[in-house]
Design a protein around this ligand. Structure first.
Ligand SMILES: C[S@@+](CC[C@H](N)C(=O)[O-])C[C@H]1O[C@@H](n2cnc3c(N)ncnc32)[C@H](O)[C@@H]1O
Length: 361
């Protein structure tokens, strides 16, 4: 669960501290937090902390998303334990070129990337999942002294951190379970160290343009003004290659998409029938993105999170966008967030890119 911390509470009453925690949590996009507030550190003289129950924001997002005229849900909810496992399976399919191309690229440029990592630095990864590609950087840059993987999926993070701790005993590994679009702090392991951010996997493509700019700005704040950020970006390519990647022939992506309904059933008392929906992946040329939807096969009613939602036959529930860029379009987007593209590397076909971003001078 994400942690929100308020410093300098000396002289404030418990009620005042609760109010500050509450409004910080709301500002970070969480709902219904009051009951979830716990004072984790008893020394209220210095600071207080609150853990925010993300189930409340899940319920709120499901109610809002399924009540909208065009039904939609944020893709971050794909990643429960099963969703994370299915994503790893997608990465191993022949059709999902993103992982294959990016891994091959990282293998080729690992030494070059490592040369730009300062002695004693902390590598901070956003949406680290199984941290598989990270190993290429860790192997090439033994000067790293800390690794901070951040992920919304506690299961994926726990497993990856345990394996890394075993394989890299000299590295301080400090995982953070958090929504990287919200408010969070880096752990003490990153304090006083130069920082390098790492955001592979084309996850940046899941944001709309403004959301991506907001994320890149907040990454700059989290990492500090001296940090570099390595971002993996998928490039625009032919529609057949794109469509196959988001609708693989083994049906793993379809199961990944439908798992969202199963998660709603389990966590929010829903009664979705996953077989009443078809997986749909389509290219949207206007927004330069692949989209994933679940398409209702019939008119029917679904209950979830204490609400009732009606689906018409053929109606779509929009579950994910995956924006595709050109080198220029991504560099322009990064510039809006205060980053310059200091270096760019492009993989073999199907092409993806890795950017080294540095703060504008
Ligand atoms: C597309 S996968 C990429 C995984 C890995 N970085 C890679 O390159 O293969 C997205 C990852 O980001 C995590 N994630 C998605 N949305 C997130 C959010 N809002 N906050 C934190 N992690 C998130 C998911 O749990 C998942 O591990």
């Amino acid at each position: 669960m994400p942690l929100i911390r308020v410093d300098a509470t000396k002289g404030r009453s418990e009620d005042e501290i609760r109010n500050v925690l509450d409004s910080e949590a709301h500002l970070s996009g969480f709902n219904e937090v009051s009951d979830a507030i716990q004072f984790l550190v008893s020394d209220a003289e210095t600071f207080a902390a609150v853990q925010v129950d993300t189930r409340d924001s899940f319920a709120a997002d499901v109610i809002t998303g399924l009540s909208a005229r065009h039904k939609q849900l944020p893709p971050k909810y794909f990643y429960d334990a099963t969703g994370s496992r299915l994503f790893e399976e997608i990465c191993r399919t022949d059709d999902y070129y993103v992982t294959r191309s990016e891994t091959a690229l990282l293998r080729n440029i690992a030494e070059e990337l490592a040369a730009g990592i300062p002695q004693g630095a902390a590598l901070v990864e956003f949406g680290s999942g199984e941290s598989a590609k990270t190993r290429l950087l860790l192997d090439a840059a033994p000067q790293l002294s800390a690794y901070v993987p951040i992920d919304i999926s506690a299961d994926a993070l726990d497993q990856a951190s345990a394996m890394l701790a075993r394989d890299y005993p000299q590295l301080s590994i400090a995982p953070v379970v958090a929504d990287f679009t919200g408010h969070f702090r880096l752990p003490a392991a990153a304090d006083g160290r130069p920082r390098v951010g790492f955001f592979p996997g084309s996850t940046i493509g899941n944001f709309d343009r403004d959301g991506a700019v907001r994320f890149l700005r907040s990454a700059r704040q989290v990492l500090g003004d001296q940090a570099a950020l390595l971002v993996g970006v998928d490039l625009v390519k032919d529609e057949a290659t794109l469509s196959a990647a988001y609708d693989d022939s083994q049906g793993v992506t379809a199961r990944f998409n439908k798992n969202l309904l199963i998660r709603i059933n389990r966590e929010l008392g829903g009664d979705f029938d996953p077989d009443a929906f078809d997986h749909l992946a389509l290219w949207n040329p206007v927004h330069s993105r692949m989209e994933m939807h679940l398409v209702s096969r019939k008119d029917h009613i679904v209950n979830a999170a204490g609400h009732t939602f009606s689906f018409r036959s053929g109606e779509r529930l929009h579950t994910e966008n995956s924006h595709k860029f050109t080198i220029d379009s991504f560099a322009q987007l990064a510039a809006r967030a205060g980053w310059s593209a200091a270096n760019t590397w492009i993989s073999d076909e199907p092409r993806v890119a890795m950017f080294r971003l540095e703060p504008h001078p």
